[in-house]
Ligand binder design. Sequence first.
Ligand SMILES: C[C@@]1(CC(=O)O)c2cc3[nH]c(cc4nc(cc5[nH]c(cc(n2)[C@H]1CCC(=O)O)[C@@](C)(CC(=O)O)[C@@H]5CCC(=O)O)C(CC(=O)O)=C4CCC(=O)O)c(CCC(=O)O)c3CC(=O)O
Ligand SMILES: NC(=O)C1=CN([C@@H]2O[C@H](COP(=O)(O)OP(=O)(O)OC[C@H]3O[C@@H](n4cnc5c(N)ncnc54)[C@H](O)[C@@H]3O)[C@@H](O)[C@H]2O)C=CC1
Length: 200
Amino acid sequence: MQQKNQLFPVFFRLDKLKVLVVGAGEVGYEKLFFMLKSSPITHVKVVAPEINNNIWAMMEGYYETSFKIDQKPFEASDIDGYDLVIAATNIRSLNEEVWKEAKAKGKLINVADTPELCDFYLGSIVTKGNLKIAISTNGKSPTLAKRLRQVFEEVFPEDTNQLLQNLHTFRKKLKKNFEEKVRILNDLTKSMIEVNEYKN
Ligand SMILES: C[C@@]1(CC(=O)O)c2cc3[nH]c(cc4nc(cc5[nH]c(cc(n2)[C@H]1CCC(=O)O)[C@@](C)(CC(=O)O)[C@@H]5CCC(=O)O)C(CC(=O)O)=C4CCC(=O)O)c(CCC(=O)O)c3CC(=O)O
Ligand SMILES: NC(=O)C1=CN([C@@H]2O[C@H](COP(=O)(O)OP(=O)(O)OC[C@H]3O[C@@H](n4cnc5c(N)ncnc54)[C@H](O)[C@@H]3O)[C@@H](O)[C@H]2O)C=CC1
């Protein structure tokens, strides 16, 4: 029987959370790259004996207080004070140890090589101004998630954000009660889901 897709997407305010990344190779870099692309002022600490050159380069774009590199092996105390943990070393047993320590301290953790141990997955992210779409394949094919991101990045018109801004301005101006507001905004945007009628 096919396994149910139980994932529940949320959007983290990473400007308010502290993230620890254990392991600083290709995968540590990729996780950091996408995280900081979306949330550039995230408070991040990276712990690993060997640091990928791209991560050193990336750090130069940030203030020392919000991007820290600790070049040393992982210790349980590294987790203290952090909200989210990403275990991305190339040693499975070590990733599992990071998971144990993180769970013992009540943290949410992503273990890059073991989906079963993940409290959350990272998705592929499409951004058009204020619009953000996160894509997941339930862990089945990250490559498809990446390809879909590239497709959506192409097909979403650049003026999507302008439409969103206009609706935001209009929404702010509506002084009606909640039900009336919902009705007016639904009417205004109805044509977006009636596109097939225009084709006929
Ligand atoms: C479960 C999950 C946990 C997590 O990492 O959060 C996970 C797990 C694993 N990934 C593996 C491999 C690859 N991952 C990528 C790429 C991405 N992986 C990402 C997310 C996720 N990867 C989560 C599920 C997301 C979902 O639900 O779809 C993306 C979307 C987001 C990000 O990383 O930021 C990012 C694309 C970003 C973008 O471009 O938009 C590529 C492709 C490439 O790099 O070109 C490959 C190689 C090809 C392949 O294997 O498909 C392996 C096997 C490792 C091995 O074999 O050693 C595991 C472990 C396992 O499956 O057991
Ligand atoms: N989730 C995902 O998207 C993907 C996950 N993976 C998995 O991610 C893992 C990491 O892969 P890569 O980054 O390519 O490996 P890598 O070899 O490039 O980097 C490994 C990192 O782990 C660090 N490390 C080793 N011992 C450590 C210790 N005691 N404390 C802290 N850090 C330590 C190293 O210093 C290095 O920075 C692999 O197990 C792979 O299976 C691979 C591809 C994609």
